[in-house]
Design a protein around this ligand. Structure first.
Ligand SMILES: *Cc1c(COP(=O)(O)O)cnc(C)c1O
Length: 387
């Protein structure tokens, strides 16, 4: 802790006093919120609230057991069927979180004789899953399909399974993984292809079906992970694939076997959210229009929004790269005091020397809110000498 304080990266949790919304109160201060993953404003959509309340009245607040013992409610099955149909796959299993979905899946489908080929910027839950599996971990350079192929060639004579895994959208840089090319590679080399679509669920692809749909690669991706905690607005993670894969996970994925299932309200909320993705695609259009405008304006005042020393964002996640951890935390604090919530992210969440303010646009930010945020960001940056 002392070390963190010396480096200037020690933090206190900011506490939200009201709802997750474009303008809300943290620690008693009104701010324009550029820090949430509430891409489509579903965290507090009236239809989702109603669904949660109705399920609570009808089925109570808890499921009472893990899925495999007595805690599989009909509404859990309905949600899994709904997601499988939405994604155009045979089957789906829902986990308590995206973290549990990744860690539980990777660790159960691989063993110590197997290999995992993982992008260097993949999410922590994939890394933990890989370690728990005891498979041999090979890391390829960020989005470098050629490097992944070299590694697959080197392993050609090894008897173990090979799993290639990438994030669909990388959470700290906002760039899109080469899902199409990697899945072609997997076909050629007989490897298993897995995609973690946490930040692409509800954001990319037709009606938010994700990066795999965006690349037209549904038939080639064996394991699709998504989250229910970000654009979907509630909580949870899911895995989509063949019936065999899902049945296997029912029998072997440890978070599924050893941790209690969602309250019925969460399942009901998520079902309502998928209905909304189908019924209100204009939310996703607004998200992308806001994103384009915000990025353009940020770059035009001279910020490094990626693409120089870091990957270039292609999604509603737009980092403002400062490099230095202490400066980043100071900038974030000054922004907060000026009325903009944009979290500073430093080592170990991102590599040393790549500290940044991460901003996330949503469909619900209005043009005046975005303009005001831009004004505050530029003014504050000039005030502390970083622009
Ligand atoms: C957020 C995130 C997760 C975890 O999802 P939760 O549902 O919040 O547990 C997994 N992978 C990536 C890439 C993420 O950004």
């Amino acid at each position: 802790m002392n070390d963190l304080k010396t480096r200037g990266t020690y933090f206190k949790l900011r506490v939200l006093d009201d709802e997750q919304a474009p303008v809300c109160h943290y620690d008693g201060r009104e701010v324009i919120n550029l820090a949430s993953n509430n891409y489509l404003g579903l965290c507090n959509h009236p239809k989702l609230r109603e669904a949660a309340l109705a399920a609570t009245v009808k089925y109570g607040v808890g499921s009472g057991a893990v899925r495999t013992i007595a805690g599989t409610m009909r509404i859990h099955m309905e949600l899994e069927e709904k997601i499988a149909a939405f994604k155009g796959v045979e089957a789906c299993v829902v986990f308590q979180s995206g973290f549990a979905a990744n860690a539980g899946t990777v660790s159960s489908i691989l063993g110590k004789e197997d290999f995992i080929l993982s992008d260097e910027l993949n999410h922590a839950s994939i890394i933990d899953g890989a370690r728990l599996s005891r498979a041999k971990i090979k890391v390829f350079r960020h989005k470098d399909v050629g490097h992944a192929e070299e590694l697959l060639k080197e392993l050609a004579d090894e008897p173990g399974r090979k799993l290639v895994i990438t994030d669909g959208v990388f959470s700290m840089d906002g760039d899109i993984g080469p899902v199409g090319e990697l899945s072609d590679l997997c076909e050629r080399y007989g490897a298993i292809m897995m995609v973690d679509d946490a930040h692409a669920s509800g954001v990319l692809g037709r009606n938010g079906r994700g990066s795999v749909d965006h690349f037209g690669a549904t038939a080639k991706v064996d394991v699709q992970v998504g989250t229910l905690s970000k654009a979907i607005g509630a909580l949870g993670g899911y895995v989509c694939g063949t019936k065999d894969l899902i049945e296997f996970l029912y029998h072997r994925a440890r978070p599924f076997l050893f941790s209690t299932s969602h309250p019925p309200s969460v399942a009901a909320t998520c079902i309502a959210a998928f209905d909304l993705l189908e019924a209100e695609p204009e939310r996703i259009e607004r998200l992308w229009a806001n994103t384009a405008y915000f990025k353009e304006q940020l770059a035009s005042v001279g910020f490094d929004v990626g693409g120089v020393s870091t990957p270039k964002s292609e999604t509603p996640i737009t980092p403002i790269i400062l490099g230095d951890g202490r400066k980043t935390m100071e900038f974030s604090k000054a922004l907060f005091e000026a009325g903009v919530m944009a979290t500073g992210i430093a080592f170990p969440t991102v590599p040393e020397g790549k500290a940044r303010i991460r901003t996330i646009m949503t469909s619900e930010h209005t043009r005046p809110q975005i303009d005001r945020a831009l004004e505050v960001i530029a003014g504050t940056a000039k005030g502390i000498g970083i622009l």
